[in-house]
Design a protein around this ligand. Structure first.
Ligand SMILES: *Cc1c(COP(=O)(O)O)cnc(C)c1O
Length: 380
């Protein structure tokens, strides 16, 4: 059976990048690798839209999240954490792990964030060291107003630290213009690579703070990366040489395509996906749906877990179910990374077949037609 991967990470990898992963291994202390590494860091700046420094780690995205916390938060430091999904919760768990004091903004999952909540909390707690939030909260499919949050936080001493692990490369995001101080990401989502590499973009305001911190850690001590990796291309530890080769290929693809046309394309893919599920009679989960993943409420009387399982095992299409308390209640279709118009047609078509099989009443083909119409008119 042919397999289709439309999960919000890992995502499919273009053949050119897979071919790079299969090349012979080179040593990470050779000039060839150092040059590649420098080039990758330089080109990644364009993806983050920053003049700051880009660090590259051997880990999944969470390693960069952990680094962002341990390098900026000491024991008893206050940090505002937007907690309204699995990954916002992760920021909170990390802050707690390192003895920081999280000030939580708890929202119901999928509900929109009023930036004023952050402004009010910062007013009441002027000693806050950082605000941790997420560009696209993958567990709920929402996009947060990072630009507005940046306006608020940049007027204070606190750092704005954004998890763009699923959003980077697909959801519009301009790190410097939006006054974000640290952005973290990972390889296996919008960047079209296998899991295993993580990235952080760090600006001057953040480096000033990082240099004052005690950093109770070894591997993710960012000062080590600043010294060897940034500028000089020398990883403090063994770099993921195959990933870096594939990353350069992915960056070449992105560069040719352009970031702006990619932003536009994912908007259309998301719109087609939303139109399709609406035409099937289903509802979206997020109040402000993002462009890289669509979260959909499982209709009354349908077993959401069985739906996702059948799609995977009987139709070969992998999407994601819901996490934590929304397990079985939502499903998530990703359109990030190496996903194009006909991938949307495949998942919508398969979804319709499984829903029909499970006894859901609707007119088969309505979803596909709705997606097709938008893709025919607006796809770039
Ligand atoms: C996938 C994801 C993570 C976790 O990344 P790992 O690579 O699994 O460590 C964190 N935040 C968001 C928003 C994600 O989508």
């Amino acid at each position: 059976m042919k397999k289709y991967l439309l999960s919000p990470g890992p995502t499919p990898v273009p053949e050119e990048c897979l071919a790079k992963m299969a090349e012979p291994i080179i040593h990470h202390r050779t000039p060839a690798y150092v040059e590649m590494n420098k080039l990758a860091m330089e080109k990644m700046k364009k993806v983050f839209y920053t003049d700051g420094d880009v660090l590259i780690f051997v880990s999944s995205g969470t390693g960069a999240m952990e680094g962002a916390v341990v390098n900026t938060i000491d024991k008893n430091d206050k940090a505002i954490v937007v907690r309204s999904g699995k990954f916002g919760e992760r920021w909170g768990e990390l802050v707690e792990t390192y003895g920081g004091v999280p000030l939580y903004i708890d929202l119901e999952w999928g509900k929109k964030l009023e930036p004023k909540l952050i402004a009010d909390l910062l007013d009441k707690n002027p000693d806050t060291k950082a605000v941790f939030t997420t560009l696209t909260e993958t567990s709920t499919g929402i996009v947060y107003p990072i630009k507005e949050i940046g306006e608020i936080v940049s007027g204070t001493d606190a750092l704005l630290i954004v998890d763009a692990i699923s959003g980077l490369g697909g959801q519009e995001f301009y790190m410097d213009d939006w006054k974000v101080d640290i952005t973290v990401s990972g390889s296996q989502k919008g960047l079209m690579l296998p899991p295993g590499q993580a990235y952080a973009a760090v600006n001057e305001k953040a480096w000033k703070i990082i240099k004052q911190k005690s950093r109770a850690c070894y591997y993710f001590n960012w000062a080590k990366y600043l010294k060897g990796q940034v500028g000089a291309g020398k990883d403090p530890f063994t770099g993921a040489v195959s990933h870096t080769k594939a990353l350069l290929k992915a960056l070449e693809i992105i560069e040719k395509d352009t970031m702006e046309s990619r932003f536009q394309r994912y908007k259309v893919l998301a719109k087609a996906c939303r139109a399709a599920v609406n035409a099937i009679g289903l509802e979206l989960f997020a109040e402000v749906p993002c462009d890289v993943v669509t979260a959909v409420k499982v209709p009354e009387g349908i077993d959401g877990k069985l739906l996702v399982k059948k799609l995977r095992d009987e139709y070969g299409v992998t999407i994601a179910g819901g996490q934590a308390h929304v397990a079985g209640k939502i499903f998530r279709i990703a359109h990030m990374g190496y996903i194009e118009r006909f991938d949307i047609i495949i998942i919508i078509s398969a979804l319709e077949m499984v829903l029909a099989e499970l006894g859901y009443e609707f007119r088969m083909g309505n979803g596909v037609a709705a997606a097709q119409k938008i893709l025919a008119e607006e796809y770039i």
